[in-house]
Design a protein around this ligand. Structure first.
Ligand code: 6PG
Length: 229
């Protein structure tokens, strides 16, 4: 595990995203608010990202133009800023199907694009104050998923309290590269639980450990307090 505590984590993450996107990689993006600046920085680069495919690590099951939609956030922060010919493809969760069918359809799409044992090139994840990541909330059944690659989450563990569809451990841990991004003092305890030595087994993020890939944790100094001696 490579933990980087830096003054501008969004810049570090944007550079990682651009590298993989320029190479035509498949990237799962995080939702929430923290990555927005990284996505805006990606939109500002003078590079051709059109060979890349973007996925969502999790989605809120709301209409796609709802302001809680992660796809909408990615469209507005990342895609809209790029000229059309340099824009990557974004594969959205079909939220209009409802959580169970939307999760199943997203899994089917992943298998169509990446084969029966999909390995994403890069997965970007956030971290909640309760140490959830993607929509893998403490105590919820999606944590125990061993077969499905994308699971429905009928009840979220935090705001916004809407159903979700989430990538599961089998898919996240098959990735070539996983990057966590967290910032702010309110994340320090979750950072300690997920990445401290030893990690706290009750932290959902502590179980994201790619078996044949790299794990990088990018933190600002306030969130980094969680892993500082
Ligand atoms: C979501 C997420 C979620 C998020 C964390 C951190 O859709 O809500 O993907 O896992 O990354 O909750 O969210 P913030 O960056 O808003 O703190």
């Amino acid at each position: 595990m490579d933990v980087r505590i830096v003054d501008d984590p969004a810049r570090v993450v944007a550079d990682l995203l651009v590298d993989v996107a320029c190479a035509g990689g498949h990237i799962a993006l995080a939702g929430g608010s923290t990555p927005k600046r990284a996505y805006e920085l990606v939109a500002g680069v003078d590079a051709d990202l059109s060979a890349a495919t973007l996925w969502l690590g999790d989605e809120r099951v709301v209409p796609r133009d709802d302001d809680r939609s992660n796809a909408r956030m990615v469209r507005e922060t990342l895609l809209a800023g790029l000229p059309e010919e340099r824009r990557p493809r974004l594969i959205e969760v079909e939220t209009e199907l409802g959580p169970a069918a939307a999760a199943a359809a997203y899994e089917t799409r992943l298998r169509e694009e990446l084969g029966n044992h999909p390995r994403l090139d890069l997965v970007l994840l956030g971290l909640g104050p309760d140490s959830h990541t993607a929509s893998l909330f403490p105590g919820k059944p999606a944590l125990a998923e061993t077969h499905r690659l994308v699971a429905p989450v009928p009840e979220a563990g935090m705001e916004p309290q809407v159903p979700r569809a989430t990538m599961t451990y089998p898919l996240l841990n098959a990735a070539r590269e996983v990057v966590f991004l967290a910032a702010g003092a309110d994340k320090a305890e979750a950072v300690r639980r997920a990445f401290g030595d030893p990690p706290d087994e009750s932290s959902p993020a502590a179980h994201v450990r790619p078996g044949a890939g790299t794990l990088t944790v990018v933190l600002d100094p306030a969130a980094g307090e969680g892993v500082q001696q």
